[in-house]
Ligand binder design. Structure first.
Ligand SMILES: [Zn+2]
Length: 236
């Protein structure tokens, strides 16, 4: 291959590698994933708030249930004792009095239990609603993570193959051309050469001055000039 053809091919290869790398870094799946992660984080905060709101109410509900149970046990004990008692009228009266008091406590604890339960239900409902809202997002997140990983693996393979053929092209360049190309690429990135399209360097997109453009068009065969702006080799 003629040196300018090799340079053109090398330049195309480098630009192509750059495009694939950019594609790898800006997968639409990753954008969607970032948005989704944000939504899931907000839902997680909402879920924690809802759970925190429900926790003390649930504790109070369970405590009232426990209190009612305890008093109910005392009621049955007293009822049994009264039914079988052989004590004096005074003792019986005292037991009767306690029984009334404990029954009142049972009623109070059961009221508390019911009130707390009524308070707890909507709080539990909102916890369940937040979980239901998050569920499709959690599933979608897994899909996106898998898809992004697969795409990245495919693009990594493509980049590796492109770099391999790029290395072969670079190898078939004569040292002086390779040095100029590599130096320009190291300075400006992406690629080390450019073509001139309608008077503009297609590497930096800046128009050549009339003088430089004229010089470019009248170069001797096998001679190349650098872009005065970006320094890339301008290929005829
Ligand atoms: Zn340029």
């Amino acid at each position: 291959m003629e040196q300018f053809d090799v340079l053109r091919a090398l330049n195309d290869a480098d630009r192509w590698i750059e495009r694939v790398i950019a594609q790898r870094e800006h997968l639409p799946e990753l954008d969607e994933l970032a948005t989704l992660e944000g939504e899931l984080r907000s839902l997680l905060v909402a879920l924690q708030d809802a759970q925190n709101a429900a926790a003390p109410v649930r504790a109070a509900y369970l405590a009232a249930q426990e209190t009612a149970k305890k008093h109910l046990t005392r009621v049955s004990d007293l009822e049994r004792a009264l039914a079988t008692s052989t004590g004096s009228a005074r003792e019986l009266s005292a037991m009767q009095h306690e029984l009334e008091q404990v029954r009142e406590r049972v009623a109070a604890a059961e009221d508390e239990e019911l009130n707390r339960l009524l308070e707890l239900e909507p709080l539990d409902d909102s916890v369940a609603a937040i979980k239901a809202r998050a569920q499709p997002g959690v599933a979608r997140r897994v899909e996106l993570q898998v898809a992004a990983a697969q795409l990245r693996a495919t693009l990594d393979e493509e980049i590796a193959a492109l770099r391999e053929s790029r290395a072969e092209l670079a190898h078939s360049l004569e040292p002086q051309w390779r040095q100029r190309y590599d130096a320009a690429m190291a300075r400006v990135g992406i690629s080390g050469a450019a073509t001139v399209d309608a008077g503009r360097c297609d590497g930096c997109r800046i128009a050549l001055s009339p003088l430089d453009y004229d010089r470019f068009r009248h170069l001797a065969p096998g001679v190349a000039m650098d872009c005065p702006e970006c320094g890339r080799l301008l290929l005829p």
